[in-house]
Design a protein around this ligand. Structure first.
Ligand SMILES: C[S@@+](CC[C@H](N)C(=O)[O-])C[C@H]1O[C@@H](n2cnc3c(N)ncnc32)[C@H](O)[C@@H]1O
Length: 330
């Protein structure tokens, strides 16, 4: 089968593969090709914005189709949307035939042990979703592995998405020293990766969901991390004095804006904010930048935008974006 391929060096292969999965661009029906120097990743369609991909070129290549266990799409004749977290699969709320889809997932994904359907979208302050059990074990706790670390969590009680793996890697590459405030820490995937990579960094991980903090603590212990300090609390009142944070991670798309004043209260001049949002494709960054600028003026800072990027696709016309902004006291 002839397809467009993203051609990257072998060294960048894993990063590029993950990134294509997050952008929903990797073609799954054929075998990835490689030679001594390059990996050839088959594309479903061409990337709209290729700035977040490693150095690459596009080439049209003949790929071999995969013969393997039937895919869910082959079994059902259509591809239902579902998330996989550890050994649990979660079907979307609008699933057409949940039980048939659950059976197909169990047949095609040998490591899946439990299947649920979301009754609601991710919602509420704690960003959780109601789940109905469909097939397999009746358990909502699982272990997810990412970047050599393991995370315990309960998919019914806390927020977690595997689709931020590349973003966490990227942020952990940037933050190498100082004090980090991860103010919507969840079960700790940003905090723990940064803490593990950079033992000299001090991370304060704040989270309001009591259950998430219980897993955050368990994950800090299980990964032998000593420089991440979990705090059960509301990030409207951060447990830090003014001028103390070098970096503030604000991973609460839709609502982070309300917390900018408090983030600016604790950040030092020259510190960096990582601001996450969900934005429409025709206006990816401007509104987020304006929100940061408005709050900064009120707090006596000026803003220097360092980077803006699409983190992953969110819905057909919306993207999860990140603005990295340095703030300077005026
Ligand atoms: C989108 S999730 C991100 C979690 C984590 N950073 C991750 O990548 O998995 C946002 C988190 O913020 C928490 N949260 C919401 N409001 C909060 C508040 N006022 N103070 C502290 N945490 C809050 C939620 O419970 C949730 O765990």
């Amino acid at each position: 089968m002839r397809l467009d391929a993203l051609v990257v060096s072998l060294r960048d292969g894993e990063v590029a593969r993950r990134r294509l999965i997050e952008l929903d661009l990797l073609h799954r029906g054929v075998k990835v090709k490689r030679d001594e120097k390059h990996l050839y990743l088959p594309l479903r369609s061409l990337p709209q914005d290729s700035s977040s991909l490693p150095d690459h070129r596009i080439e049209s290549i003949e790929f071999e189709e995969v013969s393997r266990v039937e895919s869910v799409k082959e079994i059902l004749g259509y591809a239902p949307s579902f998330d996989v977290i550890g050994d649990i699969a979660i079907l979307g709320a609008s699933s057409e035939d949940p039980l048939a889809e659950a059976d197909a997932i169990l047949r095609s994904h040998k490591h899946i042990r439990a299947i649920f359907q979301a009754r609601t979208p991710i919602r509420g302050e704690f960003r959780t979703r109601g789940l109905t059990h469909l097939r397999g074990e009746k358990r909502t706790t699982t272990t997810y592995r990412e970047h050599g670390l393991s995370y315990r969590l309960d998919v019914s009680e806390v927020y977690f998405t595997p689709r931020l793996g590349t973003e966490r890697e990227r942020v952990a590459e940037r933050i190498k020293s100082g004090v980090v405030l991860d103010i919507f820490a969840g079960i700790g995937p940003f905090s723990i990766l940064i803490g593990k990579r950079h033992p000299e960094v001090k991370v304060i991980a704040v989270e309001k969901n009591r259950s998430a903090v219980r897993y955050l603590k368990e994950n800090i212990r299980a990964n032998n991390i000593e420089n991440v300090h979990p705090v059960l609390g509301d990030s409207m009142m951060l447990p830090a004095t003014g001028d103390s944070a070098d970096n503030v991670i604000m991973n609460l798309p839709h609502d982070a804006e309300k917390f900018l004043g408090e983030a600016l209260r604790v950040i030092r001049s020259g510190g960096i904010i990582y601001y996450y949002d969900i934005t429409p494709e025709d206006n990816l960054y401007q509104e987020s930048i304006e929100a940061i600028q408005e709050a900064a003026v009120d707090a006596g800072f000026r803003v220097e935008v360092l980077r803006e990027r699409v983190v992953r696709s969110y819905s057909p016309r919306h993207y999860n974006t990140c603005i990295e902004a340095r703030v300077h006291k005026t």
